[in-house]
Design a binder for this molecule. Structure first.
Ligand code: NAD
Length: 304
């Protein structure tokens, strides 16, 4: 049985595809703009479909052709673009998910794991935020995630689609550049390569989730039979950007990083993932220091 990763050549997708291929799974990447550079090392182990998920026919054709029964939905425009182009945000972030949910209703494939975000919570929510906290997004991006979860739960309750959603915090890891949190990753990657970094966020605190822990949680969320809940916070640990810069400098003392305190993250600084721990068996495998060390190693290996 093949598993589809929709948006599988993006940042999270390419890491997930590698993780699934390493486990010997049959993986089909579905992406509107397949980035072969990110999938180079696993290219021979996977199938790649160039398809647009706003088009139902592209989805149905791929599902039928490969006999797909489970889908990871990782398609989205990130926060900055959504804020500028709300109409497009609705189309890409919500409509593509609803297309997959409808495809699940129409065909025999039944399970969808959706990459949601802690941007569904308001920044004023008292930390650590649990899943039952009010949904009150401070951005268009967060609103699309609220809507996506709503549709997923609707298809689950009314049409028997097995929907699960993971609310990721701020991810860092090799290959993440864009979006409002891209700088959090870029400063580590550039420091690893001996390049200077300048940015606009310093004192703000957020939860830092290493990409390998996000992949681990996606794999766990697909495996569990009949989960009690459908929505889980997935985090790594809360730190200010200044603390992370210090952690980088502990490993690379000459790292040339300068940040100005111009903006804050538009979501709360800390979360509880106890539900994911109890029901999925999720626990971060990397603390901040281990995550940064692993990331630096990967960035250096890639530049060799
Ligand atoms: N990166 C983070 O920090 C973070 C945090 C929380 C949640 N998320 C969520 O995780 C998911 C993946 O994020 P990412 O950082 O890997 O994003 P990304 O931008 O790197 O990847 C998204 C992929 O979707 C593809 N895509 C876009 N429109 C498409 C369409 N119409 N049809 C088919 N493919 C299309 C793109 O080509 C790209 O490869 C998103 O849903 C995002 O909202 C990410």
């Amino acid at each position: 049985m093949a598993v589809m990763v929709a948006g599988g050549s993006g940042f999270i997708g390419s890491h997930l595809v590698r993780g699934l291929a390493d486990l010997g799974e049959k993986v089909v990447v579905f992406d509107a703009a397949p980035n072969m550079a990110l999938l180079e090392d696993v290219r021979t182990k996977i199938e790649i479909v160039k398809g647009d998920a706003t088009q139902m026919v592209d989805i149905l054709q791929a599902i039928k052709h490969y006999g797909i029964e489970e889908v990871y939905h990782l398609i989205a425009l990130l926060a900055d673009v959504c804020q500028q182009k709300p109409h497009l945000a609705l189309k890409v972030n919500v409509e593509t998910l609803v297309n997959f949910l409808e495809a699940a209703r129409l065909t025999k494939f039944k399970k969808i794991i959706f990459a949601s975000s802690v941007a569904v919570y308001h920044s004023s929510e008292p930390p650590p935020v649990e899943e039952d906290a009010p949904l009150n997004p401070g951005s268009v991006y967060g609103a699309t995630k609220v809507l996506g979860e709503f549709f997923g739960l609707h298809y689950q309750k009314n049409f028997g689609v097995d929907f699960r959603a993971l609310r990721f915090t701020t991810l860092y890891g090799l290959g993440k550049f864009g979006g409002s949190t891209g700088i959090c990753s870029l400063m580590i990657e550039k420091a690893a390569r001996g390049e200077a970094v300048r940015g606009d966020i310093l004192e703000a605190e957020t939860d830092w989730l290493y990409i390998k822990d996000a992949v681990h949680s996606l794999i766990l969320a697909r495996k569990i039979e009949s989960p009690k809940h459908r929505i889980y916070n997935i985090g790594g640990g809360s730190y200010s950007v200044a603390q992370v810069i210090q952690a980088i400098k502990n490993i690379i003392p000459q790292a040339d990083i300068e940040m100005e305190a111009k903006r804050r993250f538009p979501w709360p600084p800390a979360y509880s993932w106890e539900r994911a721990q109890q029901e999925l068996g999720y626990q971060p495998l990397y603390d901040l220091e281990e995550g940064i060390k692993d990331f630096i190693q990967e960035a250096r290996n890639k530049s060799l």
